[in-house]
Write a protein that binds this ligand. Structure first.
Ligand code: ES4
Ligand code: ZN
Length: 326
């Protein structure tokens, strides 16, 4: 239809992207070769075939195995630069990306190596591609509060290159309240915070994120739809939700895109945005997520425009920079 070029041409922000989730199978093989590592797959095609998940945990197992090829500053630079080049092609003009430092620290990769590589690529992307950015350090919720606090301590010398803190990985059994003291500390240090909640976990986890952690943004938040009072609160306070349609489909959070809660949440007045989450694993970058919505939901041109505008409203850019795009 005629809305396809509209999707491509709209200036967009991406607010929910795990940089390790942009690691394409081709790059897994290239980095394994460069670093002298053996992979348990004979070729790119057989690795891609392993990208078939029935839930979040099955995905996470493959995701953590894949990122083990990231070793050097240059590896982290190349990964981030490849994403930014794709972003520019899709008219993404602002990105707020996550990285998972604990997953790399566990493999003996220093925090400096990770941040030096990722941040240098983001700086080059700002200069050469005109893409503004924020970098979000995301804690792994399946690990302990103590591990998260140790990671925050280790990150102290690098906080001038960090803009906010997030929380991801296995959700059920690891509620936001487990990290209430951690995020209170992050807020006290003056940082923005966002957490994954209500992807597989119950609406109560979204409620905890909002009222206990006092997040600036909810990542996913699909299951907020099950709690009427929570919906009213999210709409009234305009707390953004970063929705990820193709991710939800691949991880069976929704059985079909026709059942995706996006339009219901939009109609209830919530500040929802569209994002790609882990595009190398979920079958598409940001534009593909917009196109999939257009194909499977009765979504209007005005609603597509609203979603792109919301991505800037929900961003952590200062008001004067948002105003350029809205
Ligand atoms: C993630 Cl889709 C998703 N959910 C939770 N944690 C994650 N880490 C990377 N992708
Ligand atoms: Zn995510």
């Amino acid at each position: 239809t005629t809305l396809l070029p509209f999707i491509e041409q709209m200036p967009k922000a991406e607010l929910h992207l795990h940089i390790e989730g942009s690691l394409e199978p081709e790059m897994v093989f290239a980095l394994a070769c460069r670093n002298g590592l053996q992979l348990p797959y004979p070729d790119v095609a057989s690795l891609r075939q392993a990208y078939d998940f029935s839930n979040l945990q099955e995905f996470l197992d493959v995701y953590y195995a894949g990122m083990a090829v990231l070793r050097t500053r240059q590896d982290f630079y190349d990964l981030t630069w490849a994403y930014l080049q794709r972003a520019q092609q899709e008219r993404i003009v602002h990105v707020e990306i996550f990285f998972d430092p604990q997953a790399h620290l566990e493999r003996g990769i220093p925090l400096a190596t990770q941040i030096d590589g990722i941040h240098a690529a983001l700086e080059d992307g700002q200069r050469q591609l005109g893409i503004s950015f924020r970098l979000i350090l995301s804690f792994l919720r399946h690990l302990s509060e103590e591990s998260a606090f140790q990671t925050l301590e280790q990150a102290m010398p690098y906080l001038n290159r960090i803009d906010g803190f997030g929380l991801d990985s296995s959700e059920v059994g690891h509620p936001p309240e487990k990290f209430a003291r951690l995020f209170a500390r992050c807020r006290q240090l003056g940082f923005k915070i966002c957490v994954h909640a209500g992807e597989e976990g119950p609406p109560d986890y979204v409620q905890q994120a909002v009222n206990l952690l006092q997040v600036d943004r909810i990542d996913h938040g699909n299951r907020a739809l099950e709690d009427e009072a929570l919906l009213v609160q999210l709409a009234a306070r305009q707390i953004p939700l970063t929705l990820c349609p193709l991710s939800n489909l691949k991880l069976h959070v929704v059985q079909q895109l026709q059942q995706h809660p996006l339009l219901k949440l939009l109609q209830r007045g919530l500040l929802v945005t569209i994002n790609s989450d882990d595009p190398a694993y979920f079958g598409g970058y940001l534009s593909a997520n917009y196109r999939a919505l257009l194909e499977h939901l009765p979504i209007s041109r005005e609603q597509l425009r609203q979603l792109a505008c919301n991505s800037f409203t929900a961003s952590w850019l200062p008001a004067e920079d948002k105003a350029v795009w809205i």
